[in-house]
Write a protein of this length. Structure first.
Lengths: 238, 116
């Protein structure tokens, strides 16, 4: 046993003891007192937002979501800075053998994944979902093309320059929406659009707008991020 | 403390400690990064456990919705947590690739000196 393991064992035991002491004084799981729930529910209903989680993310805590979105943008910028494309322009990656079943299910699931991603983004204020989840579904669903063995098709259908701009523009429009709220109602990221009819697609004011912007940003960001990793793994420039 | 509380809090603490143990005993940087994700997933369990209410419905209001609903605030926090975890994983994996290129090794024990 190395010294480091021994030290970690002592430290871990200490942390475990502290955790147990803390958990013993925490309220039991499943109890009825949820102060924030009692505040969020009427606020979300006033804003005609059936999905309470989206209401928290894009209305009540929209400012925190701006930070969250900026983290994603910063991570993409960080990866782009860290992983410079390799200088040598190696031979284009060879087409490996892909099982026909994998190829078939890839092409079969691609439209399903894209439609599902769009649905999760667009209905984020009505049903489970939202910009972050839908954006990730869109971005990873797009890479089914790669799993199906056609990297060249993925490269053609992946306008990286546009996606980099789309990511930045979506982040900027989020701030612009917040500033519009500031001008119209006096609160940054305040809900200033008409609230519509409860449960309809165009309702809940700025919640679906911000959700779509986040979805665009996350989808574009993740595709750009994965493109750099793929370029590295396959050893070619971009 | 009820059985459910013990299980939820226990799993949360266990995941945290298990992830930390993985980081300490790691012999491969990708393993280190995944261990960090495991440690972080303990916080998801803890947050969701805090917001849970037995017999409550999902925090989506529809016709015939079962009231009360579970706490949506901690669910939103969990979402933030997952986003942060994903971005950190991406950055750390990028750093791992850089280290592998510069030092020719991904074993943390063989990394001795800082090199630009």
């Amino acid at each position: 046993m190395r010294t480091r393991d021994g030290l970690a064992l002592v430290g871990g035991t200490g942390v475990a003891a502290l955790l147990v002491a803390a958990f013993l004084r925490m309220p039991a799981v499943g109890e009825h007192a949820h102060v924030y729930r009692d505040l969020v529910l009427p606020a979300a209903l006033r804003a005609n937002t059936p999905n309470l989680v989206s209401s928290v993310n894009f209305d009540l805590r929209a400012f925190d979501t701006l930070g969250e979105e900026t983290i994603v943008a910063a991570a993409v910028v960080g990866v782009l800075a860290l992983l410079q494309p390799p200088d040598r322009r190696a031979t284009p990656p060879q087409r490996g053998y892909v099982l026909p079943a994998v190829r078939f299910s890839g092409y079969l699931l691609l439209p399903v994944a894209v439609v599902l991603g769009l649905d999760v983004v667009l209905h984020g204020h009505l049903t489970p979902g939202g910009g972050f989840q839908g954006g990730v579904v869109l971005a990873t669903g797009w890479h089914l093309l790669y799993l199906s063995g056609s990297y060249s098709a993925l490269q053609r259908l992946r306008p990286l320059a546009w996606l980099e701009h789309a990511e930045a523009v979506a982040t900027g429009l989020y701030v612009a929406t917040g500033l519009t709220g500031l001008v119209v109602t006096g609160g940054f990221l305040a809900n200033f659009l008409p609230l519509g009819r409860f449960g309809s697609l165009l309702s809940a004011g700025t919640v679906p707008l911000l959700s779509v912007l986040v979805g665009l940003e996350v989808a574009a960001g993740v595709i750009v991020l994965l493109s750099r990793f793929l370029a590295h793994g396959l050893g070619h420039a971009r | 403390m009820t059985l459910v509380s013990g299980a939820c809090y226990g799993v949360a603490g266990w995941l945290l400690l298990l992830g930390c143990a993985g980081i300490v005993r790691s012999r491969h940087l990708v393993h280190t990064v995944v261990s960090l994700s495991v440690a972080q997933s303990g916080t998801y369990v803890l947050l969701l456990a805090i917001g849970y209410q037995s017999g409550a419905g999902a925090p989506i209001v529809v016709k015939g919705q079962q009231l009360p609903v579970v706490d949506p605030t901690v669910q939103a926090l969990t979402l933030t947590d997952i986003v942060v975890s994903a971005t950190i994983t991406a950055l750390l994996l990028a750093l791992t690739i850089q280290i592998a290129r510069r030092h020719g090794t991904v074993d943390p024990d063989e990394l001795r000196a800082l090199r630009g």
